[in-house]
Design a protein around this ligand. Structure first.
Ligand SMILES: [Zn+2]
Length: 448
């Protein structure tokens, strides 16, 4: 690799550049002087073409760099600041325009100078004209990654608002393949090789583009999911209904229907939700979590609990554990609840899953059981949050001394939130006691 600077622009040159220049020129230039002159002509021509790009980059405030290798060169601007399409087209145009100017100068000088036609000087001028004309015209072909292809792609991006320039890639495939066939008939194998490989690359890009588009969710569906997450329920329903009309895949249909059902449930229309969930199209399955929610909203806790049980068995995570436990408590299924709590220890649920059980018990006033789940979590996972919540449950039971012990245990496991300690209404009965003040002081002075 040879490196130098030209007008402050770094140029890196790979040895393959000379190799290809010599190979192209080998035919008809047997003697060494003419061969050397040809390589110099190619070097000057390609370099000036790239300098044309480089000065255009610089006009837009970039610090360009040039690389010459194999069959040609490439000029890049600052990688993290892509140009808007119009300017990108002008940067691409600047290379061939510089080449055509050089060709014109060589032509005019050749006409004006009075030198013998077969002299080396006349030969060099002729080759400068010829090489620059051919190189510029070749680069203006509408085939990506040639300058002409980049110009077409930039203009398409400009028209289509920055979306992938599909038409430019289709054009690259058609023109590239067509010209490759043509050059094969006149046995210009280097042109065949280049154009065929450009056409193939463009074809691959088009295939990748369609794969990406096929995998992307329906835009309305994506909007519906965001709206549901942000509790904009009417927006979520409208977007999901839009997605329903354009859904191409089962999974999109399934998600759209569940979003609509979820909005019905959350807006207090569980019957409408059940209508959707109980008559899903063939091949689709209503989620047990959604069914459980709808039955819960109808007040049918026994029915809801069977669906939440399925959801919990499918995926015993915090969310399903919380809903399953709450439905059992609401349905008065104390035996099943006891079973669930026993299996909690034996089946080795995760800390998060147990947290769902602890929360549900606390919410339904089962403070004794909730504190015991907290104790289990604290012992098994060293969870500070479990100890803290166990303390809250014990305060509800009036067992303030035990509650203080659990608060201390939470602090031992890293609980440091003084603000929470001061403001949590659950802890009101503890405040003012000497033990509480001592613990508070400990948190204030403890390292984080
Ligand atoms: Zn170029």
């Amino acid at each position: 690799m040879i490196r130098f600077k030209l007008a402050g622009i770094p140029v890196a040159m790979h040895w393959t550049f000379f190799l290809f220049a010599a190979l192209i020129g080998a035919a008809g230039r047997e003697d060494g002087v003419r061969m050397a002159a040809w390589v110099v002509v190619v070097f000057v021509s390609v370099l000036l073409h790239e300098l044309g790009h480089a000065f255009a980059w610089r006009a837009y405030g970039h610090q360009p760099s040039i690389e010459l290798q194999g069959l040609g060169g490439a000029t890049r601007g600052d990688p993290d600041r892509p140009l808007p399409p119009g300017k990108q087209a002008l940067v691409a145009l600047a290379g061939p325009v510089t080449g055509l100017l050089l060709a014109a100068v060589a032509f005019v000088v050749g006409q004006l100078l009075v030198i013998p036609r077969e002299s080396l000087g006349a030969r060099v001028l002729y080759e400068l004209w010829w090489a620059n004309t051919v190189w510029s015209v070749f680069n203006l072909l509408p085939v990506i990654p040639l300058d002409g292809g980049i110009i077409v792609a930039s203009l398409e991006r400009r028209v289509r608002g920055g979306r992938p320039p599909r038409a430019a890639f289709y054009l690259s495939v058609a023109v590239g393949a067509g010209l490759a066939l043509y050059f094969a008939t006149v046995q210009q194998w280097i042109a065949v090789l280049l154009l065929a490989s450009y056409a193939y690359q463009a074809f691959q890009t088009l295939r990748a583009l369609s794969r990406v588009e096929a995998d992307a969710p329906h835009p309305a569906l994506a909007a519906a999911m965001v709206a549901l997450k942000e509790d904009r329920l009417d927006d979520a329903r409208a977007a999901a209904q839009l997605a329903l009309m354009g859904a191409k895949k089962d999974v999109e249909l399934n998600v759209a229907l569940h979003i609509i059902a979820s909005v019905h449930t959350r807006q207090g229309r569980p019957d409408d939700a059940l209508n959707i969930l109980l008559s899903m199209p063939r091949g689709l399955k209503a989620s047990p979590l959604a069914l459980g929610e709808a039955w819960t909203t109808k007040g049918e806790h026994l029915k809801a609990s069977t669906f939440f049980r399925d959801a919990f068995r499918d995926a015993p995570v915090r969310e399903t554990a919380y809903r399953y436990a709450r439905s059992l408590l609401d349905a008065g299924l104390d035996n099943e609840m006891r079973e669930l709590l026993t299996s909690q220890a034996s089946l080795g649920y995760s800390d998060e899953t147990c947290a769902g059980l602890q929360d549900a018990l606390y919410e339904r006033g089962k403070f004794e059981e909730s504190s015991r789940v907290g104790a289990h979590r604290h012992q098994k996972f060293g969870s500070a949050a479990a100890a803290y919540n166990a303390a809250c449950a014990l305060v509800k039971l009036g067992r303030n001394d035990d509650a203080m012990k659990w608060l201390t245990a939470a602090a031992d496991k890293g609980f440091r939130d003084v603000k929470h300690l001061d403001e949590d209404p659950d802890l009101a009965p503890l405040r003012g006691s000497a033990a509480f003040d001592a613990l508070r002081q400990r948190l204030v002075t403890a390292p984080a």
